[in-house]
Design a protein around this ligand. Structure first.
Ligand code: ADP
Ligand code: MG
Length: 496
């Protein structure tokens, strides 16, 4: 070999070596990246753990807080609000009634023709999404928007609906925020949740505000009942099934209501009949306990939220937040493990960009190459290429976050059953307890629902066969209309 040839061979070898080193470095960097991502994943799994023993502690804490909230005003994180609903629907209700449901992403208007023993003759509804600027604007604007949508809906009332001549239309108003009821048809807003924040509405009578907005539009309608969605769902559930004793909402937010014995409500002693029942709106979204498995992601999400320190149970369970928790985990993986490569996808930095329905779609992806995950990454986060390994990790994050939420909601239900003494088998006594469930999360997030139901079975053991979870589809709207019917101003005339 000549000198030139030797030199060329040396240069070539060196170049090959250098290239090999670059490849090796990349591989090491890549395996280091996966190892770091894996470590973040395992830490998340550990912190979100909900072994049965922990769930029992959560259920016990829920029962204790329920007692405390019933004992005195401000006695607990659980407000345990009195609903003034002491007469749940019987199935004999008759006539045309309207309902309006405000409490999350969408608001619904509906009308129903009740035929007494013949049941529901006809119902119609319409869904309107609330423009985001109205969720944080003024009370006046929000109620004007709602009243206008309602008036438009009333205009489309067809011939299948019959209002007796000379009568005023009556409405059940489902308002799913914490309200201090003054009577069945009036109440003041305690605080906003779920992304709403309209300062001037706090402390106002929400029925008064709605009525004024309707008057401004010339809409002649009387609000006959103001109810929380959980109370509405309970009423709707009871109309169909007399064994319904509680209702739970798993939607944008989460909450529960149940039927309490009036004598077990010390803070209202003297104001309530000694016998009889009263529906209690727990506002369980505000539950918190040292037993709750909270992570750094939850803490920061809470600190940066519109209502820091509040609604902690809601922030780890409900539809508004699950996707956001996943996003925060991905953010940390992007920053500390270069999960998406050397740069962090700018879209990933946008709070709430990953919505729970998208999370759910990724979680349910059964294709071998997880193509739904791939397309969500592309469409939402603008990550054009994702490896199967990456997609698998994302599905696992979704699973960990959803499982924690589902198992904790089962623990909450056990807390209610314990409070009512329905968590054990009673000698010689067969009592069935039905819990009416509703909300988009429960309805559409199949893995969440299945996990919640199986966890409840796991926790209940022998009693499981006597406890039934029933989907009460849009029970809150119907329920509000039913409560308007059972509290109609024409009731006495109709019954005489
Ligand atoms: P709201 O709670 O706003 O009254 P819904 O009960 O309809 O309304 O619940 C809507 C919520 O349900 C959404 O905010 C979302 O978090 C959740 N959701 C809706 N569809 C899905 C889905 N396919 N998968 C998971 N969650 C869903
Ligand atoms: Mg709702």
């Amino acid at each position: 070999m000549g000198k030139v040839a030797v030199a060329a061979a040396v240069v070539c070898t060196a170049a090959v070596c250098a290239a090999a080193v670059v490849v090796m470095r990349r591989q090491m960097k890549s395996s280091g990246r996966w190892a770091k991502a894996e470590a973040i994943l395992r830490e998340l799994e550990e912190k979100c753990g909900t072994p049965t023993a922990k769930l029992r502690q959560v259920a016990d804490a829920m029962t204790v807080e329920m007692h405390a909230g019933l004992a005195s005003e401000g006695g607990s994180k659980l407000k345990m609000l009195i609903s003034y609903v002491d007469n749940l629907p019987t199935g004999d209700e008759k006539g045309l009634f309207y309902a309006l449901d405000l409490g999350g992403t969408n608001f619904r208007v509906m009308r129903v023709q009740l035929g007494g023993k013949d049941g529901i003759m006809k119902q119609e509804f319409e869904e309107v999404s609330i423009p985001p600027h109205l969720m944080v604007g003024s009370s006046h604007e929000l109620f004007d928007f709602i009243a206008a949508a309602l008036a438009k809906f009333v205009d489309t009332e067809g011939e299948d609906f019959h209002l007796l001549p000379g009568r005023q239309r009556e409405l059940g108003f489902t308002f799913s925020f914490p309200v201090r009821q003054l009577s069945l048809a009036s109440g003041t807003l305690i605080k906003w949740t779920k992304g709403f924040l309209i300062e001037d509405a706090v402390g106002q009578d929400v029925v008064g505000e709605l009525t004024k907005a309707m008057e401004r539009l010339g809409l002649d309608m009387r609000v006959a009942a103001l109810v929380n969605d959980t109370v509405g769902t309970l009423a709707g559930g009871r109309y169909n099934n007399p064994d319904v004793i509680a209702a739970v909402i798993l939607g944008t937010g989460t909450n529960a209501a149940y039927v309490e014995r009036a004598h077990a409500i010390p803070k209202w002693q003297g104001l309530l009949p000694k016998s009889g029942e009263m529906v209690i709106n727990m506002e369980w979204g505000n539950f918190r306990s040292s037993h709750l498995p909270l992570t750094e992601y939850d803490q920061i999400l809470d600190a940066e939220s519109l209502n820091p320190g509040e609604q902690i149970f809601e922030k780890i369970i409900s539809g508004m937040y699950l996707g956001e928790i996943v996003r925060r985990v991905l953010c940390r993986m992007a920053e500390e493990a270069s999960f998406f490569g050397d740069t962090i996808p700018p879209k990933l930095k946008i709070p709430f960009i990953l919505r729970t329905p998208d999370m759910s779609a990724m979680h349910h992806d059964t294709s071998p190459d997880l193509k739904v995950v791939g397309s969500k990454l592309k469409d939402i986060l603008e990550v054009p290429n994702s490896s199967l390994k990456m997609r698998k990790i994302i599905v696992e994050i979704c699973d960990i976050v959803a499982t924690r939420g589902a198992r904790l909601s089962a623990a909450g239900i056990l807390g209610i059953l314990k409070k009512l003494g329905r968590d054990t088998v009673k000698e010689g006594e067969k009592q069935r307890s039905v819990i009416a469930l509703d909300g988009g999360l429960f309805e559409h997030y199949t893995k969440f629902r299945k996990c919640m139901e199986s966890t409840l079975k796991e926790l209940l053991g022998d009693v499981a066969e006597d406890i039934v979870v029933e989907h009460s589809n849009d029970g809150s709207g119907i329920g509000a209309a039913l409560l308007a019917a059972s509290h109609s101003q024409y009731l006495e005339i109709d019954n005489s």
